[in-house]
Design a binder for this molecule. Structure first.
Ligand SMILES: Cc1cc2nc3c(=O)[nH]c(=O)nc-3n(C[C@H](O)[C@H](O)[C@H](O)COP(=O)(O)O)c2cc1C
Length: 199
Protein backbone atom coordinates (compact mmCIF):
# COMPACT_ATOMS: atom_id res chain seq x y z
CA UNK A 1 0.00 0.00 0.00
CA UNK A 2 1.25 3.50 -0.84
CA UNK A 3 2.26 5.46 2.27
CA UNK A 4 1.59 9.16 2.80
CA UNK A 5 4.91 11.03 3.22
CA UNK A 6 5.75 12.06 6.80
CA UNK A 7 5.90 15.63 8.08
CA UNK A 8 9.68 16.06 7.66
CA UNK A 9 9.35 15.01 4.01
CA UNK A 10 6.43 17.39 3.45
CA UNK A 11 8.39 20.26 5.04
CA UNK A 12 11.32 19.64 2.71
CA UNK A 13 8.98 19.54 -0.29
CA UNK A 14 7.36 22.82 0.82
CA UNK A 15 10.74 24.52 1.30
CA UNK A 16 11.70 23.47 -2.21
CA UNK A 17 8.45 24.68 -3.70
CA UNK A 18 8.79 28.08 -1.99
CA UNK A 19 12.40 28.48 -3.06
CA UNK A 20 11.71 27.53 -6.66
CA UNK A 21 8.70 29.81 -7.06
CA UNK A 22 10.08 32.80 -5.14
CA UNK A 23 9.45 36.02 -7.05
CA UNK A 24 7.73 34.20 -9.90
CA UNK A 25 4.02 34.27 -10.79
CA UNK A 26 3.70 30.78 -9.29
CA UNK A 27 4.64 31.94 -5.78
CA UNK A 28 1.76 30.99 -3.46
CA UNK A 29 -0.52 33.73 -2.14
CA UNK A 30 -1.64 33.90 1.51
CA UNK A 31 -4.52 31.40 1.05
CA UNK A 32 -2.26 28.93 -0.66
CA UNK A 33 0.43 29.29 2.01
CA UNK A 34 -2.22 28.27 4.50
CA UNK A 35 -3.22 25.24 2.39
CA UNK A 36 0.44 24.25 2.08
CA UNK A 37 0.87 24.46 5.86
CA UNK A 38 -2.17 22.25 6.30
CA UNK A 39 -0.62 19.79 3.85
CA UNK A 40 2.62 19.82 5.86
CA UNK A 41 0.68 19.10 9.06
CA UNK A 42 -1.02 16.18 7.31
CA UNK A 43 -4.47 17.82 7.47
CA UNK A 44 -4.78 17.77 3.66
CA UNK A 45 -3.71 15.03 1.27
CA UNK A 46 -1.79 15.91 -1.88
CA UNK A 47 -4.93 15.35 -3.97
CA UNK A 48 -6.93 17.73 -1.76
CA UNK A 49 -4.15 20.32 -1.98
CA UNK A 50 -4.07 20.13 -5.77
CA UNK A 51 -7.86 20.33 -6.00
CA UNK A 52 -7.83 23.49 -3.89
CA UNK A 53 -5.12 25.06 -6.04
CA UNK A 54 -7.07 24.26 -9.23
CA UNK A 55 -9.98 26.26 -7.83
CA UNK A 56 -7.83 29.33 -7.45
CA UNK A 57 -8.81 31.92 -10.01
CA UNK A 58 -10.86 31.52 -13.13
CA UNK A 59 -10.46 33.94 -15.99
CA UNK A 60 -12.03 34.86 -19.30
CA UNK A 61 -10.30 36.96 -21.93
CA UNK A 62 -12.32 38.06 -24.95
CA UNK A 63 -12.51 40.64 -27.66
CA UNK A 64 -15.60 42.21 -29.22
CA UNK A 65 -16.81 45.00 -31.44
CA UNK A 66 -19.02 47.84 -30.23
CA UNK A 67 -22.30 48.20 -32.16
CA UNK A 68 -21.73 51.96 -32.21
CA UNK A 69 -18.77 54.16 -31.26
CA UNK A 70 -18.68 54.64 -27.49
CA UNK A 71 -18.18 58.17 -26.16
CA UNK A 72 -16.29 58.82 -22.95
CA UNK A 73 -19.56 59.34 -21.03
CA UNK A 74 -20.95 55.98 -22.17
CA UNK A 75 -17.71 54.25 -21.24
CA UNK A 76 -17.81 55.89 -17.82
CA UNK A 77 -21.40 54.71 -17.28
CA UNK A 78 -20.41 51.19 -18.30
CA UNK A 79 -17.44 51.25 -15.92
CA UNK A 80 -19.49 52.61 -13.00
CA UNK A 81 -22.13 49.94 -13.49
CA UNK A 82 -19.47 47.25 -13.88
CA UNK A 83 -17.37 48.23 -10.88
CA UNK A 84 -20.33 48.13 -8.52
CA UNK A 85 -21.31 44.64 -9.67
CA UNK A 86 -17.72 43.41 -9.77
CA UNK A 87 -17.06 44.66 -6.24
CA UNK A 88 -20.10 42.75 -4.98
CA UNK A 89 -19.00 39.55 -6.74
CA UNK A 90 -15.26 39.78 -6.11
CA UNK A 91 -14.46 40.12 -9.80
CA UNK A 92 -11.38 41.95 -11.01
CA UNK A 93 -10.00 42.62 -14.48
CA UNK A 94 -9.23 45.00 -17.26
CA UNK A 95 -11.34 46.64 -19.94
CA UNK A 96 -9.62 48.10 -22.94
CA UNK A 97 -11.44 50.17 -25.58
CA UNK A 98 -10.31 51.77 -28.77
CA UNK A 99 -12.10 52.87 -31.89
CA UNK A 100 -15.04 50.48 -31.57
CA UNK A 101 -13.12 47.47 -30.23
CA UNK A 102 -13.14 45.99 -26.74
CA UNK A 103 -10.72 43.59 -25.07
CA UNK A 104 -11.61 42.50 -21.56
CA UNK A 105 -10.21 40.18 -18.90
CA UNK A 106 -12.50 38.97 -16.10
CA UNK A 107 -11.02 37.23 -13.03
CA UNK A 108 -12.72 35.65 -10.03
CA UNK A 109 -14.37 32.43 -8.93
CA UNK A 110 -15.42 30.25 -11.84
CA UNK A 111 -19.09 30.66 -11.02
CA UNK A 112 -18.93 34.46 -10.75
CA UNK A 113 -16.93 34.85 -13.96
CA UNK A 114 -19.10 32.47 -16.01
CA UNK A 115 -22.29 34.16 -14.83
CA UNK A 116 -21.02 37.62 -15.73
CA UNK A 117 -19.55 36.50 -19.05
CA UNK A 118 -22.89 34.99 -20.07
CA UNK A 119 -24.51 38.41 -19.49
CA UNK A 120 -21.76 40.25 -21.33
CA UNK A 121 -22.03 37.92 -24.32
CA UNK A 122 -25.71 38.83 -24.65
CA UNK A 123 -25.20 42.56 -24.16
CA UNK A 124 -26.64 44.38 -27.18
CA UNK A 125 -24.04 47.15 -26.95
CA UNK A 126 -21.45 44.97 -28.66
CA UNK A 127 -21.19 42.04 -31.08
CA UNK A 128 -18.78 39.41 -32.45
CA UNK A 129 -17.72 38.48 -28.93
CA UNK A 130 -14.80 36.10 -29.37
CA UNK A 131 -13.27 34.21 -26.44
CA UNK A 132 -9.48 34.27 -26.59
CA UNK A 133 -8.78 32.37 -23.38
CA UNK A 134 -10.74 30.94 -20.46
CA UNK A 135 -9.94 28.60 -17.59
CA UNK A 136 -8.19 28.43 -14.22
CA UNK A 137 -5.13 30.58 -13.74
CA UNK A 138 -2.45 30.86 -11.11
CA UNK A 139 -3.37 34.32 -9.79
CA UNK A 140 -5.24 37.56 -10.34
CA UNK A 141 -3.35 39.86 -12.66
CA UNK A 142 -5.53 42.86 -11.91
CA UNK A 143 -6.16 42.09 -8.25
CA UNK A 144 -6.42 45.76 -7.26
CA UNK A 145 -8.91 46.63 -9.96
CA UNK A 146 -12.67 46.13 -9.88
CA UNK A 147 -12.18 46.89 -13.56
CA UNK A 148 -9.06 48.67 -14.68
CA UNK A 149 -9.63 50.71 -17.81
CA UNK A 150 -7.40 51.63 -20.72
CA UNK A 151 -8.50 53.82 -23.61
CA UNK A 152 -5.77 52.73 -25.96
CA UNK A 153 -4.68 54.12 -29.30
CA UNK A 154 -6.04 52.30 -32.38
CA UNK A 155 -2.52 51.15 -33.18
CA UNK A 156 -1.97 49.65 -29.74
CA UNK A 157 -5.36 47.92 -29.96
CA UNK A 158 -4.46 46.54 -33.36
CA UNK A 159 -1.21 45.07 -31.99
CA UNK A 160 -2.88 43.81 -28.85
CA UNK A 161 -5.58 41.88 -30.74
CA UNK A 162 -3.10 40.61 -33.34
CA UNK A 163 -0.80 39.40 -30.59
CA UNK A 164 -3.53 37.70 -28.53
CA UNK A 165 -5.06 35.98 -31.56
CA UNK A 166 -1.71 34.80 -32.87
CA UNK A 167 -0.78 33.35 -29.50
CA UNK A 168 -4.18 31.72 -29.18
CA UNK A 169 -3.40 29.89 -32.42
CA UNK A 170 0.03 29.06 -31.01
CA UNK A 171 1.83 31.06 -33.68
CA UNK A 172 5.18 32.58 -32.92
CA UNK A 173 4.71 36.31 -32.56
CA UNK A 174 7.33 39.02 -32.71
CA UNK A 175 7.70 41.74 -30.08
CA UNK A 176 4.81 44.17 -30.28
CA UNK A 177 5.17 47.95 -29.86
CA UNK A 178 3.01 48.23 -26.72
CA UNK A 179 4.11 50.40 -23.80
CA UNK A 180 0.91 51.05 -21.77
CA UNK A 181 1.56 49.35 -18.37
CA UNK A 182 -1.85 47.58 -18.04
CA UNK A 183 -1.55 46.23 -21.56
CA UNK A 184 1.94 44.95 -20.82
CA UNK A 185 0.50 43.16 -17.76
CA UNK A 186 -2.15 41.63 -19.99
CA UNK A 187 0.43 40.40 -22.50
CA UNK A 188 2.49 38.95 -19.67
CA UNK A 189 -0.57 37.28 -18.14
CA UNK A 190 -1.59 35.75 -21.44
CA UNK A 191 1.89 34.35 -21.97
CA UNK A 192 1.85 32.74 -18.52
CA UNK A 193 -1.70 31.47 -18.94
CA UNK A 194 -0.52 29.69 -22.07
CA UNK A 195 2.15 27.84 -20.13
CA UNK A 196 -0.17 27.27 -17.17
CA UNK A 197 -2.83 25.63 -19.32
CA UNK A 198 -0.44 23.51 -21.28
CA UNK A 199 1.06 21.93 -18.16
C1 LIG B 1 -17.74 45.50 -23.27
C2 LIG B 1 -18.59 45.30 -22.05
C3 LIG B 1 -18.00 44.97 -20.83
C4 LIG B 1 -18.76 44.79 -19.68
N1 LIG B 1 -18.16 44.50 -18.49
C5 LIG B 1 -18.90 44.32 -17.39
C6 LIG B 1 -18.29 44.04 -16.12
O1 LIG B 1 -17.08 43.93 -15.97
N2 LIG B 1 -19.12 43.91 -15.05
C7 LIG B 1 -20.48 44.04 -15.13
O2 LIG B 1 -21.16 43.90 -14.13
N3 LIG B 1 -21.05 44.32 -16.31
C8 LIG B 1 -20.32 44.47 -17.43
N4 LIG B 1 -20.94 44.75 -18.62
C9 LIG B 1 -22.39 44.92 -18.63
C10 LIG B 1 -23.11 43.57 -18.73
O3 LIG B 1 -23.07 43.15 -20.09
C11 LIG B 1 -24.59 43.71 -18.30
O4 LIG B 1 -25.16 44.83 -18.88
C12 LIG B 1 -24.68 43.85 -16.79
O5 LIG B 1 -24.07 42.73 -16.19
C13 LIG B 1 -26.15 43.95 -16.32
O6 LIG B 1 -26.84 42.81 -16.76
P1 LIG B 1 -28.32 42.49 -16.25
O7 LIG B 1 -29.12 43.71 -16.48
O8 LIG B 1 -28.73 41.29 -17.07
O9 LIG B 1 -28.18 42.13 -14.78
C14 LIG B 1 -20.18 44.92 -19.77
C15 LIG B 1 -20.77 45.22 -21.02
C16 LIG B 1 -19.99 45.42 -22.14
C17 LIG B 1 -20.64 45.76 -23.44
Amino acid sequence: MKQEPDEAYRRRALAWALTLTEETYLAPGPDEQEHLERYVRGELSLVQLLTLSEQRVYHVLYRSQARYPFHEAQLNDLLDESRTYNQQHDITGLLCYSDGFFVQVLEGSEEAVQTLYAKIQHDKRHQHVRTLSRGPGPLRWFADWRMAYVHSTPLEMYWLISYLEARQQQLVVPQVPITEPHLLTLLDAFQHLGTYRSR
